[in-house]
Ligand binder design. Structure first.
Ligand SMILES: Cc1cc2nc3c(=O)[nH]c(=O)nc-3n(C[C@H](O)[C@H](O)[C@H](O)COP(=O)(O)OP(=O)(O)OC[C@H]3O[C@@H](n4cnc5c(N)ncnc54)[C@H](O)[C@@H]3O)c2cc1C
Length: 409
């Protein structure tokens, strides 16, 4: 008789696990709280779904996960992911190593997974909330999966219940943490990550949003925590964009604890010191009767100029001929160190991933829960988070495929 495998959660990891278990001959049922499968997956990558990344390194994941990821990625990495999606009829393309479905639509990925579940005869129960996994007593199956509507006898259970990150419609309510804690598993504190930050309102934040390439360095007091380059976005209440999201994984704990975290922005990071000095001297030669605002127009984005002048408490209407040379140099230098005090993150709803979760110390190499043979975890429920760029979905595919295969044996 085929093994009865129940998958709790029909997101990226759950659907992948169900496919691998069913391909191995198991009788698989997915239980999903939402009305549809793969809701979060359908909004990934700005609707394009960045499936994985060819530049895959264990170091791109949180410190606690690096060693385990080395092993798991050697079993199932980007190559396996691309082959898997090809087997579902999804052809992918690489944009500098970032892998997307060639259709440019995340819905392609979701529909291909759902079609494969149908083809394999996987039962899907939606609008049903998993509440607990219990050891069965005097029953032929070792586990009972309890939902708000029913109880199911299971030979194996895969918990793929996701995290706290994402819009409310994605049902990222952290139910899995509670269920796993009931099983005696250790929990690592959770924080939103791949997220932007609110900044202190010192009257210098721009009314209109600003987007510009920059290097951003984050300091805790005087100590540098991390630096990232990329397109920074500054809005009326905070900073975001890829470099901020990437750094968020390192700084979120400090910001949440209300420690003094400062972002220092360098809009001329691609200039070495000599080139920047030469640029400043060229600018000096342009001093004439224009206003400071007019003078700076040729130097940087007007919204950035306005932030700099406000930070330095300088009037844009000052005449250049009345500003000392040393002061002009000081103004230009400021573009390499514009500071923002971070006050809070934009929270779980606007975050793409959750740091923390169920401890990997309770997870075997086959994704089983230590001491509970037949129960497995997969996906973001676990204390694994990666950089922005396909790394989090890669973990969903990696852990889902390993859990699904292990559960079906
Ligand atoms: C806006 C956004 C964009 C992103 N873009 C990318 C990207 O391009 N590339 C990338 O690598 N990562 C991206 N991510 C991260 C990625 O989506 C997640 O890491 C991934 O979806 C995690 O998969 P999962 O299966 O663990 O969790 P989920 O996909 O969240 O699935 C968990 C499922 O469990 C269900 N569930 C929860 N509780 C219960 C319950 N009690 N009973 C039954 N079902 C339940 C949920 O409804 C959900 O369907 C993005 C995230 C967001 C929010």
């Amino acid at each position: 008789m085929s093994k009865k495998v129940y998958v709790a959660g029909g997101g990226a990891a759950g659907m992948c696990a169900a496919i691998y278990a069913a391909r191995n001959g198991a009788d698989v049922t997915i239980i999903e709280k939402n009305t549809i499968l793969g809701k979060k997956l359908s909004v990934t990558g700005n609707g394009r779904c960045n499936l994985t990344n060819l530049d895959m390194r264990p170091e791109y994941y949180n410190k606690a996960a690096v060693g385990r990821m080395r092993n798991w990625l050697s079993l199932y990495g980007p190559e396996e992911t691309i082959k898997f999606f090809k087997s579902l009829g999804v052809i992918v393309k690489s944009e500098e190593g970032y892998i997307y479905p060639i259709s440019g639509q995340a819905s392609t990925v979701v529909n291909a997974l759902i079609n494969e579940l149908k083809r394999l005869g996987v039962t899907v129960i939606t609008q049903s909330q998993v509440k607990a996994v219990k050891k069965a007593e005097n029953d032929e199956s070792p586990y009972i999966l309890v939902t708000n509507k029913n109880k199911y006898n299971a030979d194996a259970v895969i918990l793929a219940l996701g995290s706290l990150s994402g819009a409310k419609s994605t049902m990222s309510t952290g139910d899995g943490y509670y269920i796993c804690k009931q099983l005696g598993m250790d929990f690592k504190d959770t924080y939103p990550a791949l997220v932007g930050f609110k900044c202190e309102d010192d009257g210098t934040m721009p009314d209109a949003g600003v987007r510009a390439a920059a290097e951003i360095s984050f300091y805790l007091g005087e100590e540098l925590i991390t630096s990232e380059c990329g397109e920074l976005q500054i809005s009326k209440d905070g900073i975001s964009g890829i470099p901020v999201m990437q750094a968020s994984r390192e700084i979120i704990k400090f910001v949440t604890e209300k420690k003094p975290v400062v972002a220092s922005v360098d809009f001329f990071h691609d200039y070495d010191e000599g080139d920047f000095e030469a640029l400043k001297l060229d600018m000096l030669k342009l001093r004439d009767n224009r206003t400071l605002e007019e003078f700076l127009l040729g130097f940087a984005n007007s919204n950035i100029n306005s932030i700099v002048l406000k930070k330095m408490k300088l009037s844009p209407t000052m005449r250049m001929k009345n500003i000392a040379e040393s002061m002009v140099l000081c103004i230009l230098d400021r573009y390499r160190d514009i500071r923002f005090n971070l006050t809070d993150s934009y929270g779980f709803i606007q975050s793409q991933v959750t740091t923390g979760g169920m401890s990997l110390g309770d997870i075997g190499d086959d994704m089983s829960v230590v001491g509970m043979p037949g129960v497995y975890c997969a996906g973001e429920l676990l204390d694994v988070d990666g950089r922005c760029g396909g790394y989090n979905l890669q973990f969903a595919w990696t852990s889902g495929s390993i859990a699904g295969t292990s559960a079906s044996i």
